[in-house]
Design a protein around this ligand. Structure first.
Ligand SMILES: C[S@@+](CC[C@H](N)C(=O)[O-])C[C@H]1O[C@@H](n2cnc3c(N)ncnc32)[C@H](O)[C@@H]1O
Length: 241
């Protein structure tokens, strides 16, 4: 793993939790993680998403989604990408002309290793890699200007804790951009969720859209703007000032 940039340390909590040596990011540290990266990082394969989910929301135009994320990061602010996986967002953000600082945070060592490779291929961005549990982030309160979470919440055992951490680390007025599976979607998306639960990719029952909205409001976000999708949904929410 490359040495962290000097700007990362001031963002970290003094009592930062240690993820330990025996961390387990489940399926993503095995072959499935590499396969997932291949699919999500291919524009052609992403086009097949409606077959699995019905309306896939902003995943149908991930480039457009990345453009909106990039435009929402204030000058000099840090963007948090969590869980970052293999760095899927990096080339999309750079393609939009964004040239800022981004923290790629993920629990999985293999996924972060691929994010490091991706960061090398996208030298336009200033990337810090951070091995962290999204349910207990080592970042200080209000330390990032905005956050993006692509296909993350449905892989995290405690979605409420994840939302609460996002509300804590994003500065007041900062935005959260999210794409996630929710419960109660289409017949197809429910079948995908059921299969993913059996396979151990989705660790627990998923909140329905309205339950996710309530979790975000409890975490300090204002109104949630839904960006489309049935079972796989997109949203943007702003931390209340
Ligand atoms: C479906 S992948 C999405 C990754 C990335 N956003 C993307 O779309 O390329 C889900 C990621 O969640 C990570 N993950 C699972 N549990 C986690 C946790 N508790 N904290 C942080 N990351 C976690 C996995 O390692 C995996 O990289």
């Amino acid at each position: 793993m490359p040495a962290p940039p000097t700007w990362l340390a001031p963002l970290l909590r003094e009592e930062a939790p240690d993820v330990g040596d025996d961390v387990d990011a489940g399926r993503f540290d095995g072959l499935y993680g590499g396969l997932y990266d291949r699919v999500i990082q291919s524009r052609t394969l992403r086009r097949l998403a409606p077959l699995a989910y019905g309306d896939p929301g902003p995943l149908a135009d991930l480039e457009g989604f990345a453009a909106r994320v990039a435009a929402s990061v204030r000058d000099g602010g840090v963007l948090l990408d969590v869980p970052s996986g293999g760095g899927t967002m990096l080339p999309l953000l750079a393609r939009e002309g964004w040239r800022g600082r981004v923290v790629e945070a993920d629990l999985g060592a293999a996924m972060l290793g691929r994010a490091a490779d991706m960061a090398e291929r996208v030298p336009e961005l200033d990337v810090a890699l951070l091995q962290a549990d999204a349910q207990d982030l080592p970042l200080r309160d209000a330390s990032v200007a905005a956050a993006v979470s692509l296909n993350g919440l449905h892989c995290i055992p405690d979605p409420r804790a994840f939302c609460s951490e996002l509300g804590r680390v994003i500065e007041p007025g900062g935005r959260l951009w999210m794409i996630t599976l929710v419960g109660g979607g289409t017949v197809r998306s429910e079948a995908v969720v059921a299969g993913a639960r059996v396979f151990g990719i989705v660790p627990g029952p998923l909140p329905r859209r309205e339950q996710l909205g309530a979790m975000l409001r409890d975490a300090g976000f204002g109104e949630v703007e839904w960006l489309g999708g049935d079972g796989l949904v997109g949203l943007v929410a702003t931390v209340s000032s």
